[in-house]
Design a binder for this molecule. Structure first.
Ligand code: KG4
Ligand code: ZN
Length: 342
């Protein structure tokens, strides 16, 4: 099937970004529009689900309209509409799913439900359409930390997972304890640039020997304990030093595990980083260095495609489309949607 010219509209509303993008031929991004709700949720220190759903309702029509307008595309030109149907916040997902379904049904377009986590990894295809498979992907987002081994675009296995907190969740909770803003990752990264990463002794949990699973809750608790102890002693802990020490500990664990994962999967030709935490510059550099040392290609999405975005949904939709994986009209939002074989 030649779908080189097929246009896919991708819609993402799983959490606090309303985003839409139009993609042509799998890697030519014609438009990408995101309306972020960070300002709305910041005062609460985190995403308030009910407010997130209402914000999506308010903005989705304008976001999609702008995406189509900037791409110079009319609805009737589209080949398919792809939308994230999980995992995520149920109310937020429902807005995107209902909107995309109605649009596709009314216009007789192909309709494709996309797994948000697969989309994060496939976002790499936007800028690396020739990514060599097999790909070992390190997915680090707000809710997930996983190694995925991709034989091809859509055939993969989960080979490592978090047993408690995800990496992004740890960034957010530590940022909260340090009274930095929401979302925590970018604030920690900024503060860390001014701090000493060996100022506080923090644990690096590697679990049992050989395990590719993760555990970040002990690290998070260690940060909270050290902050409490310092405050009880009447000391003022250094935000910059703690941010730098925490970030170093997360990166050390991710690099050590990635070294093991690449040894475990010597057939892998590419190491792909993905998810919101992939926006962290120090992490990207450390993981890229590890890939170089082990002689595999490295790729990571640009900043705007690391955090939640419609372009990654469009590219995943393109891949599903290529495989003829369409979704019936009974598709529902699945907040706890898993990765295949998870
Ligand atoms: O992938 P994502 O946008 O949403 C989920 O699917 O979860 O990831 C959001 C997570 C948040 O925990 C946020 O703090 C983290 O990504 N993040 C970062 C950075 N930018 C976003 N973590 C570390 N450094 C960053 N620069
Ligand atoms: Zn995400």
């Amino acid at each position: 099937m030649d779908i080189a010219q097929d246009l896919v509209l991708g819609i993402e509303t799983s959490c606090d970004e309303t985003s839409a993008a139009v993609l042509s031929g799998g890697s030519v991004l014609l438009s990408h529009v995101t309306s972020s709700q960070i300002d709305v949720h910041q005062v609460y220190g985190g995403v308030v689900p009910e407010i997130a759903s209402r914000e999506h309702c308010l903005h989705i029509d304008a976001v999609v309209d702008r995406a189509l307008g900037e791409a110079g595309v009319r609805l009737k030109d589209l080949g398919a509409v792809a939308v994230t149907f999980g995992p995520g916040l149920v109310g937020s997902l429902l807005v995107g799913v209902a909107y995309a379904k109605a649009l596709a049904y009314a216009r007789g377009l192909k309709f494709i439900g996309v797994n948000h986590l697969e989309a994060h990894v496939l976002a790499n295809l936007l800028e690396h359409p020739d990514m060599a498979f097999p790909v070992l992907a390190l997915l680090v987002s707000g809710g997930h930390t996983n190694y995925l081994y991709f034989e091809d675009y859509l055939t993969y296995r989960v080979v490592g997972r978090t047993r408690d907190d995800a990496a992004g969740e740890a960034f957010d909770k530590v940022a909260r304890a340090l009274k930095l803003g929401y979302p925590g990752g970018p604030h920690i990264e900024k503060a860390a640039q001014k701090g000493r990463d060996d100022a506080y002794a923090l644990p690096r949990s590697l679990l049992e020997p050989g395990s590719l699973d993760f555990s970040f809750s002990g690290l998070k608790s260690a940060v909270l304990n050290q902050l409490n102890s310092a405050r009880m002693r009447g000391d003022t802990p250094s935000v910059e030093d703690m941010a730098a020490s925490f970030q170093r500990a997360v990166i050390d664990v991710l690099v050590t595990k990635t070294h093991m994962a690449l040894e475990r999967f010597p057939q892998a030709r590419t190491l792909a980083l993905a998810g919101g935490v992939a926006a962290n510059g120090a992490l990207g550099q450390a993981i890229e260095a590890e890939a170089m040392q082990q002689g595999v290609d490295f790729c990571s999405p640009s900043l705007e495609f690391c955090t939640d975005n419609g372009a990654m949904v469009a590219v995943a939709g393109y891949c599903y489309n290529k495989a003829g994986r369409y979704t019936g009209w009974n598709l529902n939002a699945v907040p706890g949607l898993k990765l295949t074989a998870e």
